[in-house]
Design a protein around this ligand. Sequence first.
Ligand code: ADP
Ligand code: MG
Length: 281
Amino acid sequence: MSVAVEPVKEARLPLEVPHAPKPVPPPAPVGTPVIDARSYRFWYGDTQALFDLTLAVPRRSVTAFIGPSGCGKSTFLRSINRLNELIPRTRHEGDILLEGVSVFSRGVDAVTLRRQVGMVFQQPNPFPKSIFDNVAYGPRLNGLAPEREMPERVERALRRAALWDEVKDRLQSPGTGLSGGQQQRLCIARALANEPEVLLMDEPCSALDPAATLRVEELMVELKEAYSIVIVTHNMQQASRVSDYTGFFYLGRLIEFGDTKQLFTRPRDERTEAYITGRFG
Ligand code: ADP
Ligand code: MG
């Protein structure tokens, strides 16, 4: 006697949208935030700069930090990749987790951490080296790939940073010879060549003209498919254009954090509202 087996229904997957080949992002653990700050506090000497920061940065998204100057946005970014520990007489309490692991734990070394957490600054700062060597710098330092694989790796990073077509014929020219906007994309490529999880961008467009700014903004939106991006910006239009989540910093505290659209249209805190409507800062 044969047992009737119900035929297995074929899983219906949504039709794939055709698209240009993109680097396949590694699988992301669902649900866990990429960066998780827990009651984080920070001091320069005797002066406390950050108070009790608790927030979870969602993965594969753009998170913007806004707020007046001097409110601790850069200090927080530099805490995530431990750049602050290069500044004498600083200390912290509380914790910051990257992928669930404290960045301060003994097993985490700063060079590895900074490979995983790339950073781009306000002023594009290419090394006084060729375009090629700028991008190859991190992978060489971190021993990520043998030299024969470097051309491919450099090309991939330059393509991801939307710079390849503009520089492919002059890879041996100095990085410092590029325009400001190109230099900033070169710095982004340099960070991406390390295959980071997170890209921190501290006012990356403040020194760029409007066209170059637009280019970098478009790039951020593309990159969030594969990376988690945190950007500090003074430009509220920029925050609302590119970010999914926004945090408002004021006097070393995170006043409000949430969905960008909600924060800009229905802020919960009156200080957030005052800032986004231009009443201070
Ligand atoms: P933001 O990026 O929001 O403008 P910062 O993180 O740069 O703010 O600064 C936060 C506070 O920490 C400010 O009061 C600033 O003066 C102070 N600060 C920043 N860097 C240093 C430093 N290297 N040494 C001492 N104080 C600092
Ligand atoms: Mg700053």
